[in-house]
Design a binder for this molecule. Structure first.
Ligand code: ATP
Ligand code: MG
Ligand code: MG
Ligand code: MG
Length: 355
């Protein structure tokens, strides 16, 4: 009897396309001896589509290798508000892989649905997903765990709109220029800008405020970007570290997905000491948010001081065969296919232990 795996992809976040690419890699690499696949696509409008047609409904192609492996699923019947939750399909599988990035995917909301349905799922639970997605909460959790971070401030859009002058002065005084302005709850660098003076700071605040009611502003650090993959539940393991060399001013959306010329260096060229330090910090960051399943922890290695700072954690990082997370595991001796086996095992384990 094969394990029935529901793979959810697409979604309403700005990372819809990335998610489709990630999910296709996942489906193509699930061992066909062990798993049957039920694809579940969520359109940009939030409509759920189940089964073979889900690819077309999202305007994506079905890889030929997958056609014969796909379980027949029910078709979507939109409910009154247009959002169909295919709860019978979700209950019909043994485990779900929510290959979703960003809000409504990586932030605990869809994980809450799986909890209510009592179905096993890959990755972080409700709490870790929510804390990991919200950069302000994430930073509080990291600070409490004593992890090194860059200087930052958090502002509500409401206060920005009421009192922008005093917020601008506060940022200038506390953080200075350049600084990074980010919506608290997003990924793929959407809504993030680097401000170099008061004028660009105003534009950056307005831009971030379009996406979120909470805005995080950070001092800009001059640093190398180092990433570590973490895998596990109660005894997580850290991969070797990798480095990203963005071919842009910073690792913005374009550098990530449009002109994909950014370079991944795996393993990162680090001294043995830095390598073990960053892997240790990655595990601490993972525990600080009570992670499970997987996460990618992103760091800054300051050029001048050699200090490592935690930038952020991503509880469902990019998962294409070209993505950092699976490549880091490959370099650590775990193939993409075996990585999926482990993740599914971890999901089933966590589900068993809860019940
Ligand atoms: P992801 O796609 O990894 O989830 P994200 O949208 O959560 O990304 P961040 O990782 O916080 O965004 O920032 C995106 C990029 O912006 C970083 O990879 C880095 O290049 C740059 N950056 C962010 N914050 C800073 C900072 N404080 N100093 C220097 N560069 C920064
Ligand atoms: Mg992120
Ligand atoms: Mg992300
Ligand atoms: Mg990042």
């Amino acid at each position: 009897q094969k394990i029935r795996v529901g793979v959810i992809f697409g979604g309403q976040s700005g990372e819809h396309e990335v998610s489709i690419h990630s999910a296709r890699s996942v489906m193509e690499n699930l061992n066909s001896e062990k798993y049957d696949i039920l694809p579940i696509g969520i359109s940009k409008q939030g409509v759920w589509h189940v089964g073979l047609s889900s690819f077309e409904e999202l305007g994506a192609e079905i890889p030929d290798s997958l056609r014969k492996r796909i379980l027949v699923g029910s078709t979507a019947v939109p409910s009154e508000n247009g959002n169909f939750l295919p709860d019978s399909s979700l209950r019909s599988v043994d485990v779900i892989i929510p290959v979703l990035h960003g809000p409504h995917g990586e932030d605990g909301t869809v994980q809450g649905l799986f909890e209510l349905l009592d179905v096993a799922y890959v990755g972080a639970g409700v709490l870790a997903s929510a804390v990991g997605m919200d950069k302000a909460m994430m930073k509080s959790a990291f600070a409490h765990a004593g992890l090194p971070q860059c200087k930052y401030k958090v502002y509500l859009r409401h206060h920005w709109e009421q009192n922008s002058e005093s917020i601008l002065s506060d940022i200038e005084r506390e953080l200075g220029f350049p600084c990074f302005v980010k919506p608290a709850n997003l990924g793929s660098s959407v809504g993030i800008s680097k401000a170099k003076d008061r004028e660009s700071l105003i534009l950056a605040m307005r831009e971030a405020a379009r996406y979120d009611r909470k805005i995080v502003v950070e001092e800009a650090v001059n640093a190398r970007e180092i990433e570590v993959a973490v895998l596990g539940n109660d005894e997580p393991r850290a991969s070797v570290a990798g480095e990203i060399v963005p071919k842009a001013d910073f690792y913005d959306y374009n550098a990530k997905y449009v002109n994909g010329t950014s370079e991944l260096i795996i393993p990162a060229e680090l001294t043995d000491q830095k390598m073990s330090e960053v892997r240790k910090l990655a595990l601490q960051a993972y525990r600080a948010i009570d992670g499970s399943g997987l996460s990618r922890v992103d760091f800054f290695l300051e050029r001048e001081t050699g200090r490592l700072l935690v930038n952020e954690i991503n509880t469902f990082p990019g998962f294409t065969v070209y993505s950092m997370y699976p490549k880091l595991w490959e370099a650590t001796g775990l193939s993409y296919e075996n990585l999926l086996d482990e993740l599914i095992g971890l999901a089933l384990e966590r589900h068993r232990e809860k019940n």
